[in-house]
Design a protein around this ligand. Structure first.
Ligand SMILES: [Mg+2]
Length: 351
């Protein structure tokens, strides 16, 4: 038994509603889809989403990495020898963690399919789904409140709100959402690096003074500046989560060492796949740091992998896996804020 082929193609999937943030408006998801095929014709699939603004990696770059050095280290090897394969992928090139994540996911999918089990079972779990938040697109107060009520009506109990583009208006908008949805719905905020440290402390302080019950604030300050993140974490009561600052194990170690955040957002495309994500969980647990799994704007493939990971390993707070909810005719079922995983084998989804 051996890996016979590693191939890539670009997927471009439409969203049913534009996804609007302070930085951009997305109408499609674009990803590199990786297919790994063994000599019996069994396939595994994975995905590297387009995330210029977080990892700096492009679709063309990810594709070149998979079709070149990663394919070279996999062809002819034993698909059941998963840890050895993942070691080879890890050391084949520097960086390129989106491409590595796509291959890591495809190798897990293939190994699970060869065993006839789900990826969740392969990872040692039995749960059949994962609860997720849902992000409200950036917009005016009325649009935000209306979207919040729609999502709560659909059964979501955790709402994520993008903030940072309009600091003066953020408090009023969030007050309006809190008043509309009541106290039983969790509200979490993502500033996507939008504030400087003093601004962040002042704004989060206003949220606290207003009694808005914010679950956590994600990445208040610029990604590269862990001192800024530590400044905010030290001076606020609201938990602070690192996202754009936290890609690799090294990043997480440095965040822990400097007490720069209370939680980290683990994303497969940032850390390199399911195996590095599990290592990050272990590191975080050892230091009483909270963690969730998030996703980029990506397709059902990457979201199924992330949800399988959450189903198998759990997280300390509800994860952030709504990307596939935005797809027109999503191949994954979202039932009252919970992703229902296909029964498998593997990820249970097709490209
Ligand atoms: Mg984020």
């Amino acid at each position: 038994m051996s890996i016979a082929e590693v191939s890539t193609h670009i997927a471009r999937l439409p969203l049913h509603t534009p996804f609007v943030t302070a930085l951009r408006t997305a109408t499609h998801v674009e990803s590199v889809v990786v297919t790994v095929t063994d000599d019996q014709g069994v396939t595994g699939i994975g995905e590297a989403p387009q995330v210029w603004r977080v990892t700096g990696e492009s679709l063309d770059g990810a594709r070149a990495c998979v079709d070149g050095p990663l394919r070279d280290v996999l062809l002819g090897t034993d698909p059941d020898d998963l840890n050895t394969l993942l070691d080879r992928v890890e050391t084949a090139v520097v960086g390129n963690r989106g491409a590595k994540a796509a291959v890591d996911i495809a190798l897990h999918d293939l190994a699970a399919r060869r065993l006839g089990v789900s990826v969740t079972r392969l990872l040692g779990g039995t749960a059949t789904g994962a609860t997720t938040d849902v992000t409200l697109s950036a917009g005016g107060t009325d649009a935000l409140v209306s979207a919040a009520l729609d999502r709560v009506g659909e059964g979501f109990t955790v709402l994520k709100i993008k903030v940072g583009a309009d600091p003066a208006g953020d408090t009023e908008r969030i007050k309006a959402v809190r008043a509309a949805v009541g106290d039983d719905i969790a509200l979490r905020l993502d500033a996507n690096q939008g504030w400087n440290p003093k601004q962040a402390v002042a704004i989060i302080g206003r949220f606290e003074d207003a009694g808005l019950g914010i679950e956590f604030v994600e990445q208040p300050t610029p990604a590269h500046d862990l001192d800024a993140l530590a400044y905010v974490t030290e001076r606020t009561l609201t938990p602070i989560m690192a996202d754009e600052s936290a890609h690799t194990m090294r990043d997480a170690v440095e965040i822990i060492r400097r007490r720069a955040a209370d939680m980290i957002n683990v994303k497969l495309a940032k850390c390199g796949g399911l195996r590095p994500a599990r290592a990050l969980f272990t590191l975080a647990r050892a230091h009483d740091m909270g963690y969730i799994v998030g996703s980029m704007m990506e397709s059902h493939i990457g979201v199924a992998a992330a949800a399988s990971l959450v189903a198998a390993c759990g997280t300390t707070a509800v994860s952030d896996l709504d990307a596939a909810w935005w797809l027109t005719a999503p191949p994954l079922t979202y039932d009252k804020g919970r992703i229902v995983l296909p029964s498998g084998p593997g990820l249970g989804v097709t490209a």
